[in-house]
Design a protein around this ligand. Structure first.
Ligand code: TXA
Ligand code: MG
Length: 337
């Protein structure tokens, strides 16, 4: 059993975590989206420890995190004009690109795919840690596979205590949902996972932006998915989640005979006064809902709820990211009123 330390992100502690990573260990780091579990992208044994600690299926590839453009050039064999424009406009920031991989990328990182996922985070602690290491860091979200992503050091500790040596505590993540993932081709962008970089923003650098069907639909077992992560259950509390799409009055009517001691509802801030008991809120607008959603899903489990009815968020801009995470948390259990 390993003793897990939660460390303030001082320069000294960041150096200490870089030393751990250089000696094949894994540590949790804050990013602007969610906390990541970091290892050297060039160290096979260290990357294997990540799959182990998270209980992550081996065929689900990892994102390489960089802190300068030289690292990007090392990881991909194709620096297209469009990729250059995207990098210039959105990095550092909450955007991951899927591009053709170079020979230095390990098979274990890409799960054998011929593409690699790359992101340049804007969080200063993540940047300092990558700089101090001098090589890219792979970092999936620092939760156990399947559970809601961690947006505080305490969430990481709850999931991974005893499995990792250190967590750099950068406070609560500003955005709260994982990065937008896009596949970049010569003149076209395919959105694979919605996030804080929205379709509208992407359309400013490329006219041809399409959303992958797996954002809205349960992937069919027979269809080859572009992003292996979509095959797995994600973001789920232990409670049964039901996403309910309708107006406040429809929602109230729908759940009126369903609430009991172990059944909760999660609504928008302004709805709260309409419910007496067993109510949680997750924000007043899409930005705050993104910020709060994963901690609310964890709270549902702290309350030992059996079932939770969640009022469906807006499906535009960053709201699309919240909607996508809730669809998956509910196992696509969506009730349309
Ligand atoms: O905001 C984020 O992206 C966070 C922070 C820590 O940076 N990281 C994160 O990593 O969300 P993870 O591993 O939880 O999600 C990465 C997703 C997975 O669904 C995986 O299948 C997909 O990215 N992915 C990675 N490499 C890919 C590739 N070459 N092609 C398609 N999908 C890929
Ligand atoms: Mg994840």
């Amino acid at each position: 059993m390993i003793y897990t330390k939660i460390l303030k992100p001082t320069d000294e502690n960041i150096s200490c975590c870089a030393s751990l990573i250089k000696s094949s260990d894994i540590v949790a780091m804050p990013t602007e989206t969610v906390y990541g579990l970091a290892a050297s992208a060039y160290d096979k044994n260290a990357v294997a420890k990540i799959f182990d600690a998270k209980g992550r299926p081996q065929d689900n590839p990892l994102i390489c995190h960089i802190s300068n453009f030289d690292m990007l050039l090392n990881l991909t064999c194709k620096m297209s004009n469009l990729l250059y424009r995207i990098a210039e406009r959105f990095w550092p920031g909450p955007l991951t690109v899927i591009v053709p991989r170079s020979d230095c990328v390990l098979d274990i990182v890409t799960a054998g795919l011929d593409t690699v996922a790359i992101r340049f985070p804007s969080h200063i602690v993540a940047q300092k840690l990558i700089n101090e290491c001098g090589f890219p860091l792979v970092a999936p979200s620092a939760n156990l596979s399947g559970t809601p992503s961690p947006t505080t050091a305490a969430h990481v500790y709850d999931d991974l205590k005893g499995k990792i040596k250190a967590i750099l505590d950068g406070g609560t993540c500003k955005i709260g949902v994982e990065s937008t993932i896009i596949k970049v081709d010569d003149n076209e962008i395919k959105l694979l996972r919605p996030g804080a970089i929205t379709i509208k923003m992407l359309q400013k650098v490329c006219k041809n932006v399409t959303a992958d069907i797996t954002i809205f639909n349960k992937p069919d077992e027979n269809i080859k998915v572009i992003s292996p992560g979509v095959k797995y259950k994600h973001y789920s509390p232990k409670a049964n989640v039901i996403l309910v799409d309708g107006s406040l009055s429809q929602f109230k009517k729908y759940i009126s005979d369903k609430l009991d001691n172990n059944t909760f509802c999660v609504v928008f801030d302004e709805d709260q006064a309409h419910f007496k008991n067993n109510v949680l809120t997750y924000g007043k607008d899409s930005l705050s809902q993104a910020h709060n959603i994963f901690s609310v899903l964890r709270k549902v489990d702290d309350l030992k709820a059996n079932t939770v009815f969640i009022r469906c968020p807006q499906k535009t801009d960053i709201g699309l990211a919240v909607y996508n995470r809730l669809l998956r948390a509910s196992g696509f259990n969506l009730v349309k009123l």
